[in-house]
Ligand binder design. Sequence first.
Ligand code: ZN
Length: 177
Amino acid sequence: MPILRQIAQLGHPVLRQKALEVTDPGLPLIQSLIDDMLVTVVEANGVGLAAPQVYEPLRIFIIASRPNSRYPKAPVMEPAALLNPEIIWASDEKVKAWEGCLSIPGFRGFVPRSTKIGVKYLTRSGALREEEFNGFLARIFQHEFDHLNATVFLDRVESTQELICEKEYLRMFNSAD
Ligand code: ZN
């Protein structure tokens, strides 16, 4: 049975170390980690979760976009685990949007990200996939990919003026709707 994992909070060194390649996706340890991450991301109302965020410095993340209380306008998709992901190309066109992070509760930052990316990764069964991501999914990918390289969204904001508390973010969102 999958178990809920604790989420590392900013300041824990695991978030600031480069994650290691997964050499064998088929290992039971890797498969159960993925199962645990899939239940943990849903429970935490996240749209993505990287293995270092659950204290495992491995190159694995989950993308699990769907509307929830933290991201009411997120697109719906089947949750997926991505192993050893790489960004092959990224559009020069970038757009800023508000981002949060389960490891940095209570804050949102206005983060520039490429609008389109071309990526490759292994699925949890070890199959190589090449794919393009746009918009919100491209944003999640870039955010989670950063976690594998010891980077968090705070490192990407252009000014501390573009950091706000989640409570104010939700107020802004609700009034704009
Ligand atoms: Zn994060």
